[in-house]
Ligand binder design. Structure first.
Ligand code: NAI
Length: 471
């Protein structure tokens, strides 16, 4: 960092939104500084979210396969032993390598990464100023444009506040030193179901308490039913329409009082994971002083170019409206920086995929049947079960199905919902199809190699017109 340098773009936050914005800005010829308070870039996603949870999901999946499934394939082994320390080390190595990758990209693009907490400071003429505070000092950076990408933090519930030890958020639940004897998960959302699955596979008893009658509200209802059935079969216990009313510590354990449709009761557990959603993390930014408006849920209000109510200050990702997803943040990052450079870039919000990395996985894009009924849009459904897919049988993973919803008159694909093996990868085809405005017939006509799981997508597309071959 040169003294007195005026940057074209100052980004606050180096998560998937912020670092992508920085790289795209540099590619377009901007001089860029990124301010990050952690000592590694990548944000929650890399350091304590998406990447570690997927590393851990994959490892725990292998462990569960070795224990429960290998014999089906004719592989007889001694019951596998869990080396949790090694599993954690592997996860941490992946975080480290990905972080190094971002640092390499910053270097390649001559992006200045500045360690410290950034806050908006009073402007000097046309120039924006950001106050950076690190452990020893505070100083100012000046720039022509600012992009806020500070992400989100776990929401706490007053009935059971985090203590960092026994009552924890996802961050700590990704690093327990041993499988908790009994893990109570509050909230059956993405985090609750993924982390609940991990610890169940590794031997914990897992109980999930969820306020709603059905979780994953944005997903297709049939898909969610299938997932919950599968998770129950794996041994997870669910209490729906139930909330936590209070708790007490008891001899190194926690007694959690719950209230639900069947009355009140108390659950004794060794750890509690509270995963009831996330809130935008903007407290340190000085938003009111900078004249930046927020909505009722504290999210920054932006226009179609991601500019806030303060001219030249932009915001993307979890701190603005929309689903809190890394890929949504990074697409917004590209669009925001490109529009700063005079390009007409837009994010297609109707094709954001959502994925829950349980087993079976759940993935969806577009609208669900429930939404289409509400909107009064006429639709036809095609469905194909993995039980009739050759590759799924080879894998011995036949649970679940692909469901394609198309407009009755135009045949345009309106939504694709998958529960089953590798749904997270299969959904990409649906996203491309919808982005290109494809019809169910287009999707059905396209070659799908045999034998692959993707043939289930083709068959579901054929089934929209009752023409599936293997039904
Ligand atoms: P979430 O919004 O997915 O789920 C929270 C759940 O908690 C909801 O089902 C809600 O009804 C329930 N709940 C709320 N208050 C409750 C209470 N007092 N008692 C019982 N249940 C209660 O939130 P989550 O799982 O914390 O994830 C946060 C964000 O992170 C999400 O917005 C998600 O998009 C993102 N995320 C995405 C992942 C992915 O794409 N695979 C993985 C992990 C997180």
């Amino acid at each position: 960092m040169e003294n007195g340098k005026i940057y074209d773009l100052i980004v606050i936050g180096a998560g998937p939104g912020g670092y992508t914005a920085a790289i795209r800005g540099a590619q377009l010829g901007m001089s860029v500084a990124v301010i990050e308070k952690r000592n590694r870039p990548g944000g929650v996603c890399l350091n304590e979210g998406c990447i570690p949870s997927k590393a851990f999901l994959d490892s725990s999946e292998y462990f569960a396969l070795a224990r429960d499934k290998f014999a089906t394939h004719g592989i007889n082994i001694e019951p596998p032993k869990l080396d949790l320390e090694r599993m954690m080390q592997r996860k941490d190595d992946i975080i480290q390598k990905n972080g190094d990758g971002i640092l390499y990209l910053f270097k390649k693009h001559k992006i200045d990464l500045i360690n410290g907490k950034g806050a908006l400071a009073a402007r000097e003429g046309e120039l924006h100023r950001v106050e950076v505070t690190d452990t020893e000092k505070s100083f100012h950076l000046e720039g022509k444009n600012i992009l806020l990408a500070t992400g989100s933090r776990a929401v706490e519930i007053p009935a059971i506040p985090f203590d960092g030890e026994l009552i924890v958020s996802a961050r700590e639940a990704l690093s327990f030193s041993e499988p908790p004897e009994h893990l109570l998960v509050v909230g059956a959302g993405y985090i609750g179901l993924e982390l609940g699955s991990i610890w169940k596979r590794l031997g914990s008893e897992v109980t999930v308490v969820e306020a709603l009658p059905k979780p994953l509200a944005s997903m297709d209802s049939q898909v969610v039913d299938t997932l919950i059935r599968a998770l129950k079969k794996q041994g997870l216990r669910f209490f729906f329409e139930t909330t936590v009313k209070g708790f007490s510590y008891n001899d190194g354990k926690v007694n959690v009082d719950i209230e639900g449709v069947s009355g009140t009761s108390s659950i004794k557990c060794s750890k509690v994971l509270v995963a009831v959603g996330r809130a935008p993390y903007t407290e340190a930014l000085n938003l009111p002083e900078a004249g930046i408006e927020t909505d009722n849920s504290g999210r920054i209000i932006v226009d179609e170019n991601y500019e806030t109510s303060a001219k030249g200050v932009h915001a993307i990702g979890d701190i603005i409206a929309g689903p809190m997803l890394a890929h949504k943040a990074s697409e917004e990052a590209v669009a925001a920086v490109e529009s700063l450079n005079g390009r007409k870039s837009k994010v297609d919000y109707s094709t954001i995929p959502g994925i829950c990395y349980t087993w079976p996985e759940v993935a969806s894009v577009g609208r669900s049947e429930e939404q289409l009924v509400k909107e009064g849009i006429p639709y036809s459904v095609g469905k194909f079960s993995f039980i009739a897919n050759g590759r799924a049988r080879c894998l011995d993973e036949t649970e679940g199905f692909v469901k394609i919803i198309a407009h009755t008159e135009t045949d345009k694909i309106l939504g694709v919902h998958i529960v089953g093996p590798k749904a997270s990868e299969l959904i990409a085809e649906a996203v491309i199809a919808m982005t290109l405005g494809a019809t169910a017939s287009d999707m059905a006509k396209a070659f799908h190699a045999h034998p692959t799981l993707s043939e289930a997508v083709k068959e579901a597309a054929l089934d929209v017109h009752g023409e599936a071959i293997h039904i």
